[in-house]
Design a protein around this ligand. Structure first.
Ligand SMILES: O=C(CO)[C@@H](O)[C@H](O)COP(=O)(O)O
Length: 245
């Protein structure tokens, strides 16, 4: 199955003093999803923002909010992120204590469920929860900071996960150091959803977010295998039910 390439700018790289304006600007650029990186200073060595910030920016755009929780414990906070307006909620396989339970809880809240793997975590960590997943997020940097270099070692893992997913309706997302220069390789390995922070907000075209996103998308489309037969499928907008494929 060939899935449409989605680009999800990470607002971690936005100017937080003008977050609403930044999201309005991204909304107008052809971005598909808005990626929200939540960090707790415990699971990862950095603190970003929480559910109140997501709630505050929710009215600014109708785009899908793709919320990546880099927090442990995670279960006590799922309800707050669901209520704040997340559409996709991704937890880390490493965060524990019970991944299967966390994924069930996300779906019970009516949200799409994602799992993220740190670079050192093998794909086998998700083997027994595949049928509870709507998204797999492969970290191509160690989580915690934007602006790091893409880890080439993860391309093999992306390809293996693509093969594990088979025909299941699961998006395969890649996050960390994604640029127009490696987007083709990322898509060729099997990813269909690309997160980019620095390459969008501080990319080669400087503050031209639309040009930065377009360059990543063009590169990813060129790398994708197989080529699409049907370009009529488009990404879900927020409020359009729960379809994310
Ligand atoms: O989750 C993370 C980092 O932990 C990512 O979403 C990064 O924030 C992506 O930023 P760039 O690597 O694209 O700058």
């Amino acid at each position: 199955m060939t899935r449409e390439i989605l680009i999800a700018p990470s607002i971690l790289a936005a100017d937080f003093a003008r977050l609403g304006e930044e999201i309005t600007a991204i909304d107008a650029t052809g971005a598909d999803w808005i990626h929200c990186d939540v960090m707790d200073g415990h699971f990862v060595p950095n603190i970003s923002f929480g559910a109140d910030v997501i709630k505050a920016i929710r009215p600014v755009t109708k785009k899908v909010f793709d919320v990546h929780l880099m927090i442990a414990p995670v279960d006590p906070y799922l309800d707050a992120f669901a209520k704040a307006g997340a559409d996709v909620i991704t937890v880390h396989a490493e965060a524990g204590p019970h991944l299967d339970r966390s994924l069930q809880a996300i779906r019970a809240l009516g949200k799409k469920a994602g799992v993220s793997l740190c670079p050192a975590t093998p794909e086998s960590a998700i083997e027994y929860v595949l049928d509870r997943l709507d998204l797999v997020l492969v970290m191509t940097v160690n989580p915690g900071f934007g602006g790091q270099s893409f880890l080439e070692s993860q391309l093999e893992k992306i390809a293996r996960i693509r093969s594990m997913i088979g025909e299941r309706p699961i998006r395969l997302e890649v996050d960390g150091g994604v640029t127009r220069d490696n987007a083709a390789a990322v898509a060729a390995a099997g990813a269909d959803t690309l997160v980019a922070g620095s390459a969008v907000f501080r990319g080669r075209n400087s503050a031209d977010y639309a040009a930065n996103i377009a360059a990543i998308r063009v590169a990813a489309e060129a790398g994708r295998v197989p080529k699409p037969q049907d370009s009529s499928v488009r990404p879900m907008r927020a409020g359009e039910g729960v379809r994310i494929r």
